[in-house]
Ligand binder design. Structure first.
Ligand SMILES: [Zn+2]
Length: 464
């Protein structure tokens, strides 16, 4: 596309390592890279400039934990449920059966249509980078991400088989179960990984500490060291997981992962609500990053607060999990939870939340070129349309965004220099087709789920 400019009334730029608001400036992009941030009257502003007007132009969000298939699959199914048996009852009674129905009846194309729906939602709500953990059979997630144009770190689940050895001493080198599971990773990597600066990265995704035996965990650590692959896991996410780790190994899930060599600065650990203070201290020492997903816990009546992690010195980012892939909603809940938890009204500021979901998250992925607007950074940018009743007048657009905005206010998205959303419309192909194909596939799953009484028929969807 050559050299061109993006002008906006407000730009969230980075200067000397700090986020700073600039007014009436143009961000100059050359190919995939930001080369300058210039005031309007600078003579070197390119002629080819898109004027976004009353917009906050800012770095695209880096959503560090999401499930783009799970988000549409569970839309309005998990909220307002009886979570009294703990999170796992919902997992066993709704999430797992629905996943099984998908595998049973959907074609590859239908799974891809659902993934595209979730990914389009993510993109249009301002996530330019996602970290997704799909089922190992859902290669369609990677195919779809490539078509949609998202920057995606995809970690197909690595789960020990039913005959896996949970023997602590097993190093996994000769273990047939480990070899079988790791085949999945290599298959995905060969088919889709585009290398360290490519849009699609295939990473290691041990599902959780209760589904990943020592032999597999050690094998994953070896592969991480060998090829420097990205790594993410669900860690200390529920009470049953903590109990199992205690029974099996006599330690917490965090200590278990430390002992198999997985706990280091390359690990992105989702949730961590049940990490004890000593676990958090260990995570801080090892440089682990937490992907904090506050809405997931809020809907099950549990307060997950970012302040608990940051107070322990653990680097903390934000993810949407299998909820709506609108990270701005999670930023607001994360901010509210921080204030509740700490009693400190200054805690969880809008600026802190935006920093966590941009620069901090990019750093956790070891991508110092993402999450910032400064010369040399990659052009992954979003524009927030501030010219709307619920956002005017503007005093501090970062605070306005977190406290008054939503993903629907994103009207411009650029990834690696390509304009993917302009005037709130997706540019690569008509949105209507993506939405209807994804919804049609979902309805097939829901119909069978109704027949099997996994979910209620329409007549029973009301106040109980
Ligand atoms: Zn998850």
């Amino acid at each position: 596309m050559g050299v061109f400019g993006l002008r906006a009334n407000w730009v969230l730029a980075r200067e000397a390592g700090k986020a700073r608001l600039r007014q009436n400036v143009t961000v100059v992009v050359d190919g995939k890279t930001i080369v300058a941030v210039l005031p309007d009257d600078d003579p070197s502003v390119p002629d080819a400039t898109i004027d976004l007007g009353e917009t906050l132009l800012m770095p695209g969000f880096v959503n560090t934990h999401c499930h783009c298939v799970g988000a549409p699959l569970f839309r309005a199914l998990l909220e307002d449920r009886d979570f009294s048996d703990g999170k796992d009852s919902v997992i066993n009674n709704i999430m797992m059966p629905l996943g099984e129905i998908m595998t049973e009846i959907l074609s590859e194309d239908e799974i891809q249509a659902i993934a595209a729906l979730g990914q389009l939602e993510a993109l249009k709500a301002g996530s330019t980078t996602i970290v997704d953990m799909p089922r190992a059979t859902h290669d369609a997630v990677a195919r779809s991400a490539r078509q949609i144009g998202l920057r995606a770190y995809i970690h197909p689940y690595l789960i020990s088989g039913p005959r896996a050895s949970w023997d602590w001493e097993n190093d996994g080198v000769q273990d047939p179960d480990v070899a079988q599971v790791m085949k999945t990773f290599w298959r995905w990597r060969e088919a889709f990984d585009q290398g360290p600066s490519g849009l699609i990265r295939i990473g290691l995704g041990p599902h959780a500490t209760d589904t990943c035996a020592p032999a597999l965990a050690r094998a994953i650590a070896r592969v991480r060291d060998e090829i420097d692959a990205p790594l993410t896991v669900h860690l200390a996410q529920g009470i049953p997981e903590v109990e199992l780790a205690r029974q099996r190994f006599g330690v917490s899930p965090v200590v278990y992962f430390d002992r198999v060599g997985l706990l280091d600065s390359r690990l992105l650990a989702a949730h961590c609500l049940y990490a004890e203070p000593e676990d958090l201290a260990l995570m801080a020492k090892r440089g682990v990053t937490i992907a904090h997903c506050p809405i997931s816990y809020a809907r099950s009546g549990r307060l997950a607060a970012r302040t608990r992690f940051t107070a322990a010195g653990v680097r903390t980012t934000i993810g949407t999990d299998a909820n709506a892939v609108d990270i701005i909603a999670d930023l607001r809940i994360a901010a509210i939870n921080s204030k509740y938890d700490s009693g400190d009204t200054v805690a969880g500021s809008a600026w802190e939340m935006v920093e966590a979901a941009t620069v901090t998250a990019a750093d956790a992925l070891r991508r110092p070129d993402l999450g910032r607007i400064e010369p040399g950074a990659t052009a992954d940018l979003i524009g927030i349309n501030l010219a709307q009743a619920h956002l005017q007048p503007v005093y501090d657009p970062v605070k306005t965004l977190v406290w008054n905005g939503s993903g629907r206010d994103v009207h411009f998205v650029m990834i690696a220099g390509e304009v993917l959303v302009h005037g709130a419309n997706y540019t690569r192909r008509p949105e209507a087709g993506i939405v209807s194909a994804g919804a049609a596939a979902m309805h097939r799953v829901w119909r069978l789920a109704e027949e099997r009484r996994v979910i209620e028929p329409v007549a029973q969807r009301s106040t109980r």
